[in-house]
Design a protein. Structure first.
Length: 512
DNA sequence: ATACATACC
DNA sequence: CACTGGTATGTAT
């Protein structure tokens, strides 16, 4: 076990990735040191008072604790790897992972014995396990398998919600009640719920030849933790009673709670909080050291008191759309600029396909030393055109490039989204709607609102507009904008080499 | 509002 | 040699 850590350490030591990770960790350590200093300055009275204040919060959470629902979290076991093993018997008994040399999405259980994990680069996986077989992602297959899983889930709760291809939540309370109305012998509600989930998993297995694990509890937060308890091919039921919930959580590592990640769990560990029960014991410190938002989620984690919804929020809408790509680091501005054009084109297509426009456009970049930066621009009007996206990001790229450091990633994001004209989805009444007048098909500058005669003219104008060159010039408000045309971006010659393009997700595994 | 950080899969 | 991509949200300014 200690070997695994050593091999990983050796494989990455001295690399830019490793150095960056180390620097980030030093920042975290520093933040923790400051936190502990602050902690040492608290008087016992301060802490007692903070505890009392926290008791008010926990009382409120207890008040609203809802134990009336049966929430189920279904999680497919080593999903992508399982699909590949199902379809290729020769992979069944060998350590294998799905992904690429630069990144693994998931590994099978044979590979996990060697320490090969999701989110690990393939080349390190091979160091840990030289026999490791790495299979490229085949999302069509995973989507098809996921569809079958969803067919089954829909029969138990038509309002189920998926988190990703391999994981989703159901509320089977109504289904259990219906079942209880029939002849269930002397089965209790709890037993019926567990039987139904067992049947659901069996159906999933019959239909897909893939195994699923499941958790059954009063809310999603708990159900998710439970689905991990008897993995793979198992399920775990947590009785919907306050004492059972508190007992279950008391010794549970905080890291198991969704939302408590690497950094927060380090901070908590520094306060000698590693189990959920300790979150309650040290509630005074939680109160004094964390933001209100974090206090709330930590008390929820300690009590297991989370709202029971399964995320089927009617008025929740997508907040952002983005696309990004990693490549062999370069500082060549012509190449990067062309790549940016392609990304804007891609994002434009994605936005149109989803019937959305964004008012805020953000350029994301990562330097060769893994430092991530972002530069945002908010436009006067939301857009989905590649030209406007490019105009909003290109100047920022130019500015960042002047620093001289090569880049290894570029990305473009649209946020502050609004539904495009005539599309369903999140809406924001437009001026033309409010005045009841139909919009003429015009080429309007998203920055200043002026009209261009053609798309090409618009593209050129918008860029200058954003650069601030068009403002004081001869253009008149409302009039057509002129300007030189920018040649369309041909395919960029940037090597996308070592990092092909894996639309990866992490599957199944989380912490070891 | 912007930038950066954290978290999830 | 080599460490992803997409979305949401929290924290800080």
């Amino acid at each position: 076990m200690i070997q695994i850590f050593q091999i990983i350490e050796e494989a990455s030591r001295g690399s830019k990735f490793y150095n960056h990770k180390k620097q980030r960790q030093e920042k975290i350590d520093e933040r923790i040191r400051r936190m502990l200093e602050l902690k040492d300055s608290f008087t016992p009275e301060q802490i007692t008072r903070a505890e009392a204040q926290m008791d008010a919060l926990t009382a409120q959470l207890e008040q609203s604790r809802d134990l009336s629902r049966f929430i189920v979290h279904v999680d497919m076991d080593a999903f992508y790897a399982a699909v590949e093993m199902r379809d290729r018997p020769e992979l069944r008994d060998v350590p294998m992972a799905v992904g690429s040399n630069s990144m693994l999405s998931t590994s099978n259980y044979a590979a996990r014995k060697f320490g090969v994990r999701a989110a690990m680069p393939g080349f390190i996986g091979r160091k840990l396990c030289p026999q490791l077989v790495i299979v490229p992602c085949d999302f069509e297959k995973y989507r098809a398998a996921s569809q079958l899983v969803q067919q089954v889930m829909a029969r138990y709760d038509p309002d189920f919600s998926m988190v990703s291809l391999d994981e989703g939540y159901l509320d089977i309370t109504d289904r259990v009640a219906t079942e209880m109305d029939g002849d269930t012998g002397d089965q209790t509600e709890d037993e019926v719920a567990q039987r139904l989930v067992g049947e659901m998993r069996a159906e999933i297995c019959r239909l897909t030849r893939l195994t699923a694990s499941a958790g059954i509890a009063a809310n999603g937060m708990l159900a998710k933790i439970c689905s991990d308890q008897n993995k793979p091919d198992g399920q775990f039921f947590l009785p919907r009673e306050r004492p059972a919930v508190l007992d279950f959580l008391r010794e549970l590592p905080v890291r198991k709670v969704s939302g408590i990640g690497n950094v927060l769990s380090q901070q908590l560990a520094a306060l000698e909080v590693t189990r959920c029960g300790e979150l309650l014991e040290r509630r005074g410190l939680v109160r004094l050291l964390f933001s209100e938002c974090t206090q709330l989620s930590l008390m929820r984690a300690g009590l297991g008191a989370d709202p029971p919804g399964v995320g089927r929020d009617e008025d929740s809408h997508q907040k952002s759309v983005s696309t990004e790509t990693t490549f062999a680091a370069t500082a060549d501005s012509a190449q990067l600029s062309e790549l940016l054009g392609e990304l804007c084109q891609q994002l434009s297509e994605d936005l149109r396909r989803k019937g959305l426009r964004g008012r805020t456009v953000t350029l994301k970049l990562k330097t060769s030393s893994f430092v991530v930066r972002s530069r945002a621009t908010t436009l006067a009007e939301p857009t989905s055109t590649a030209a406007a996206l490019l105009a909003a990001t290109r100047p920022a790229l130019a500015r960042e490039l002047s620093a001289g450091e090569p880049l290894r990633l570029l990305g473009v994001r649209a946020s502050a989204l609004v539904a495009a004209e005539g599309a369903a989805g999140p809406r924001q009444a437009t001026l033309t709607e409010m005045t009841g007048r139909a919009a003429a098909p015009r080429h309007e500058c998203p920055v200043c609102g002026r009209t261009a005669g053609s798309l090409a003219e618009l593209s050129a104008h918008v860029e200058r507009c954003l650069d601030g060159e068009a403002g004081g010039g001869g253009e008149q408000n409302g009039g057509p904008v002129g300007g030189q045309k920018r040649p369309p971006a041909p395919h960029s010659g940037l090597p996308r080499t070592k990092h092909k393009r894996i639309d990866s997700f992490f599957t199944a595994v989380k912490r070891s």
